[in-house]
Design a protein. Structure first.
Length: 252
């Protein structure tokens, strides 16, 4: 598989979903981890997917739409059915048109959607599977590994989070900036092959600037994870796990 083939396949990829379980998409994602150019392209693609999803969710359903759909459906049953390839062509044309609008519009949005994009990308890493670069329950070894690889290592853990067992760490990327990923085990039963169920992402505050992110944690549901985002001194923290706001509060 070459870079162009991978891009074609990854056009169908939606971050934070089960798409990565598809063998072809998984292979393309693997290539992206090794190819810097493809990785940059994929980061932009994921950013556009997040913004598109957010904008779709903000669309207000027009009044009477349900009744109109039912009426038109009844009428359409009396008409000839379009051939699937024409329907598919129309859908692809609309997606392409919308994508072009987003590509033009995204840079103008600036930081308005930056936090949502960052959250979705980091949660997607936690959910679609990852390889810990260092597996250990020693916090000092984790800090040393991160420091040696020039990733944020002087982070400050909330007191309650310090009581949770550490499983290891990895180094991820956000807009060509290193993000420290610290993995924890809460003690819950984990599915086979999974090593952690609580993830903390730490990035230098100078690497990116988010709107409305203060020292008081902000809670939001991202995919199936509940997340808490806050700043402390020169770091931005993102904590995520399965559950609800009450679940994650016990680690802050």
């Amino acid at each position: 598989m070459n870079v162009n083939e991978a891009k074609t396949i990854l056009l169908l990829y939606r971050p934070g979903t089960r798409d990565a379980e598809d063998p072809q998409i998984a292979m393309a994602l693997g290539l992206a981890r090794m190819d810097p150019e493809l990785a940059r392209w994929l980061e932009g693609h994921c950013a556009r997917q997040v913004v598109m999803g957010k904008k779709f969710r903000q669309i207000t359903v027009p009044a009477g739409l349900k009744e109109q759909i039912i009426s038109e459906q009844a009428a359409s049953e009396k008409e000839a059915v379009w051939r699937p390839k024409y329907v598919l062509a129309m859908v692809m044309a609309l997606v392409l048109l919308f994508g072009m609008v987003v590509i033009y519009w995204l840079p103008k949005r600036g930081l308005n959607d930056a936090l949502a994009i960052y959250q979705n990308q980091m949660v997607g890493i936690a959910l679609r599977g990852y390889g810990m670069e260092l597996t250990t329950n020693d916090p000092a070894q984790i800090r040393s590994h991160l420091a040696q690889n020039l990733a944020p290592s002087d982070y400050v853990l909330p007191a309650k989070l310090q009581e949770v067992a550490i499983a290891g760490c990895a180094i991820e990327s956000w807009q060509n900036k290193k993000v420290s990923m610290i993995c924890f085990r809460t003690g819950k039963h984990l599915p086979p092959g999974e090593q952690s169920d609580l993830w903390l992402f730490v990035v230098d505050r100078t690497s990116l600037t988010f709107q409305t992110v203060g020292e008081i944690p902000q809670f939001s549901k991202v995919n199936r994870l509940i997340t808490a985002t806050w700043t402390r001194e020169d770091k931005i923290y993102l904590l995520g796990t399965d559950g609800d706001e009450q679940t994650i509060r016990q680690y802050l």
